[in-house]
Design a protein around this ligand. Structure first.
Ligand SMILES: Cc1cc2nc3c(=O)[nH]c(=O)nc-3n(C[C@H](O)[C@H](O)[C@H](O)COP(=O)(O)OP(=O)(O)OC[C@H]3O[C@@H](n4cnc5c(N)ncnc54)[C@H](O)[C@@H]3O)c2cc1C
Length: 323
């Protein structure tokens, strides 16, 4: 790891200027993903700008209209433990609770979680100059690709890693950023970008921006669930995960949002699965139709065809839990 300065910011403006002062400096929240990058020499910042002291970014506010305002420095554990989130936006609490280990959830922030870089082993190893690092090849094609994407791949095939982003997209959340041009708010569904936009990036945050707020609309009248399948029960990233947010009238589905994680470069909304259940009763036939709908367009690589079956199983299981 390179030698670096550690600077504690006390305001968003100060964080931005401390970062700009020394080119190559980076913002640090919990530091979990950042330190992994530094240990592998993927980034060698001259200065870490610690955001943890920023006021007003460590709270979860339950607003009168049922929406949530979540500070990006709220830890994953604080999301899980929050009684309102558990009650009104259950899939979000479940997704944060399923991420990593208790020790990591105590430190990792929800902002850092949605901004973490992909786990692709070619990207993570210093010795591979892959597309994500400015090279001209994605080693997953023709390489070890069992954990890679089955939807939306090309030219890079690394899957989106964040648990929290999946229900945030399903709930219709938005992110607010502060940068040189002031504040801007972007729907989570538009924030994450495919590798066709730029294979070196996974989202639209600008270099001078700080994520300052996560807004999650009211989920009054909605039910939700997040489920994941991973290789081992201990801490690990999911092989596949699903967030489903439904409005039910008795057993009939009035509205549905189904988002898949770990199978595409972005949280992957499955319109086909949604269309298969809206206006229907959640019985066995409908669940099967949703499972089949969810895999339309899947294009597995040489070693990850098993993810197609996992998507079907998990969509069915998640919807069944809400039926
Ligand atoms: C063993 C292990 C297992 C894991 N399993 C899972 C899992 O199952 N699911 C899952 O989702 N994650 C998993 N993770 C990833 C972990 O949850 C993330 O690394 C963590 O949430 C990142 O949050 P952080 O606060 O530490 O971010 P940091 O490492 O501090 O930051 C991450 C990135 O975001 C930027 N950043 C952070 N906050 C802001 C902000 N407010 N504004 C602008 N930029 C910002 C930083 O500059 C950095 O580039 C796992 C990690 C480990 C080590």
């Amino acid at each position: 790891m390179n030698r670096f300065e550690f600077a504690k910011a006390t305001s968003v403006a100060e964080a931005r200027s401390l970062k700009a002062e020394k080119p190559g400096s980076v913002l640090k929240a919990g530091g979990i993903d950042l330190l992994d990058h530094m240990k592998e020499h993927l980034v060698e910042p001259p200065r870490l700008v610690d955001l943890k002291g920023l006021p007003g970014m460590k709270e979860i506010k339950a607003e009168a209209d049922g929406s949530l305002t979540i500070g990006p420095l709220v830890t994953l554990d604080e999301v899980v433990a929050n009684a309102t989130v558990q009650k009104t936006h259950r899939a979000l609490a479940e997704a944060c609770g399923e991420a990593a280990s208790p020790q990591i959830r105590n430190v990792a922030t929800i902002g850092g979680n949605v901004l973490q870089r992909p786990r692709c082993w070619y990207y993570r190893l210093e010795s591979y100059k892959c597309l994500k690092k400015g090279g001209n090849v994605c080693y997953a094609i023709g390489g070890e690709n069992r954990y890679h994407v089955i939807f939306g791949g090309g030219p890079s095939y690394a899957p989106h890693p964040s648990n929290a982003a999946v229900p945030l997209v399903a709930f219709g959340a938005s992110f607010t950023f502060e940068g040189a041009k002031g504040k801007r708010t972007v729907p989570a569904a538009e924030f994450f970008t495919l590798p066709t936009v730029d294979p070196q990036r996974e989202n639209g945050i600008a270099a001078d921006e700080v994520l300052t707020e996560i807004k999650v609309p009211s989920a009054n009248g909605l039910v939700s669930s997040f489920q994941a399948i991973r290789e081992r029960a201990a801490f690990d990233w999911p092989l596949v995960d699903v967030a489903a947010v439904l409005r039910l009238d008795g057993k009939t589905v009035k509205e549905a949002r189904i988002v898949l994680g770990a199978v595409a470069p972005i949280p992957w909304r499955s319109k086909r699965a949604e269309d298969a259940i809206v206006g229907k009763t959640l019985d066995e036939t409908t669940l099967l139709a949703a499972a089949r709908g969810a895999i339309v367009g899947a294009a597995p690589l040489s070693d990850n065809g098993y993810k197609v079956s996992l998507v079907q199983t998990l969509v069915r299981r998640t919807l069944q839990s809400l039926a």
